[in-house]
Design a protein around this ligand. Structure first.
Ligand code: GTP
Ligand code: MG
Length: 198
């Protein structure tokens, strides 16, 4: 069994804890409380590396030790404790919050300066993609408003903008939803395979 240390970074309320809980417990909480300090969870996955030996595929179990950091500004100075010696970093932004991508960029810069990106796998994640998948209401009638969602959040960061940035920086990139689970398993599978190959 291989063991890797993984850290989540990003602005407060982008959904870091929600992503971890979806992955580890397969649950989602609409009213999750903001993380204090950091939280630790672990989870294992199985990957099926293709070593070019199709006739004899072998399974590899990978255990992730996950540090879910607190995004609030007052905890910012704690982050180095959690990203030090990390094998992978999930840098999360909220596709409906314009500022959150800039915060993510700052984390990427800090990781590259302090950890270096030779051995560190950095994954840029645009979370809450479910919000933008609801059919847009073209004509608003009182009826559709009532039936609609509580808040009318819209996408603020395009897939192209974030994807281009990720490509320029050599990051893995995916848009996900902790709420529906879209893309969540895939992130950890991607990281496991990438780290196995390093
Ligand atoms: P800090 O701990 O303060 O750094 O925040 P965080 O990044 O851990 O965010 P958290 O997971 O606590 O989520 C913040 C809020 O966003 C919660 O109310 C979640 O229910 C909500 N949320 C998280 N992920 C999603 C998602 O994929 N879709 C939607 N619609 N809401 C989400
Ligand atoms: Mg949290």
């Amino acid at each position: 069994m291989l063991q890797f240390k993984l850290v989540l970074l990003g602005d407060s309320s982008v959904g870091k804890s929600s992503i971890v809980h979806r992955f580890v417990k397969d649950t989602f909480d609409e009213l999750r409380e903001s993380t204090i300090g950091a939280a630790f969870l672990s989870q294992s996955i199985t990957i099926h590396p293709n070593d070019g030996n199709e006739a004899n595929p072998k399974d590899v179990v990978i255990k992730f030790e996950i540090w879910d950091t607190a995004g609030q500004e007052r905890y910012k100075s704690l982050a180095p404790m959690y990203y030090r010696n990390a094998n992978a970093a999930l840098v999360v932004y909220d596709i409906t919050q314009e500022d959150s991508l800039q915060k993510a960029r700052n984390w990427v810069d800090e990781l590259k300066n302090k950890v270096g990106d030779d051995d560190l796998v950095i994954y840029l994640l645009g979370n809450k993609v479910d919000i933008c998948q609801e059919t847009p209401v073209v004509e608003t009638s009182p009826e559709s408003n009532e039936a609609g969602n509580d808040e009318q959040k819209v996408r603020a960061i395009s897939t192209e903008e974030a994807g281009q940035y990720a490509q320029d920086q050599g990051l893995l990139f995916r848009e996900v939803s902790a709420k529906t689970g879209e893309g969540i398993k895939e992130i950890f599978q991607d990281i496991g395979e990438k780290l196995y190959d390093l």
